[in-house]
Design a protein around this ligand. Structure first.
Ligand code: ADP
Length: 228
């Protein structure tokens, strides 16, 4: 593995402000992630995991400190530049899948490719659905799919821009054991085959144990950072 860091989080803090009150949810978080790593972020509910993932992925901005993704300092970018980084280098998977309900499985997978005006979009989206074992569900709408199938569509969509780094927030959170296992296999296959860095927020100890590093948060600070 190259020693180059794909992600650097430098002394990051985050305070949410609303209705005159300020809530500090992350304090002085500092870590670096070498390209190609697999990392789990764990910790109790409310400890700041989702907030941290959002800052690393350029979905939200830090109140202090810097996030450097693929050698680009995110805090200096405008919204369009941030969106370009997300579209070109980053994949996301969320616990509640976040598929578009009015689009079929196939169309959901095609969205990021169409945003980038790519060619052969239908064929490539079908190949991605085949990869996650859903060729026969291409024309189904999300409501017609089980939770595990929706999560696999969401994985196919996340793979569609061949991300350098994939952020997953509780990707196995609502799924039964067997389905979780399948999602886990697909994630680590992407890491092995394409070298995609995986950053996974999870309570799933089985999933965390498959990563090479576990960063544990407690009340907005790093409680431990262990290589496994
Ligand atoms: P975790 O993922 O570990 O459960 P979160 O990052 O979701 O933690 O939340 C950390 C804290 O920040 C919680 O107290 C939560 O209520 C608060 N929080 C999260 N998002 C917002 C927001 N948009 N505005 C205000 N407070 C928020």
């Amino acid at each position: 593995m190259s020693a180059e860091n794909i992600l650097e989080v430098q002394n990051v803090s985050k305070t949410y402000k609303s209705a005159g009150t300020a809530l500090r949810v992350l304090s002085n978080i500092d870590f670096s992630i070498p390209r190609g790593s697999t990392v789990a972020i764990t910790g109790p509910s409310g400890s700041g995991k989702t907030t941290l993932l959002g800052l690393c992925a350029g979905l939200d901005r830090a109140s202090a400190g810097s996030v450097i993704l693929n050698k680009v300092k995110l805090d200096q970018l405008n919204e369009n530049e941030l969106a370009a980084i997300r579209n070109n280098h980053v994949g996301f998977i969320f616990q509640n899948f976040q598929l578009m309900p009015t689009l079929t499985a196939l169309e959901n997978v095609m969205v990021p490719m169409e945003l980038r005006r790519e060619k052969n979009v239908t064929q490539r989206a079908m190949e991605l659905l085949a990869k996650v074992g859903l060729s026969d569900r291409a024309q189904h709408y999300p409501i017609q799919l089980s939770g595990g199938e929706q999560q696999r569509v969401s994985l196919a969509r996340a793979f569609s821009n061949k991300p350098d780094i994939l952020f997953a927030d509780e990707p196995t959170g609502n799924l039964d054991g067997e389905t979780s296992e399948k999602i886990q296999q697909l994630l680590f296959e992407l890491n092995r085959e394409a070298g995609t860095t995986l950053i996974i927020v999870t309570h799933d100890l089985e999933l965390a144990a498959h990563t090479s590093r576990i960063i544990k948060l407690k009340a907005g600070t790093i409680q431990s950072d262990l290589y496994v």
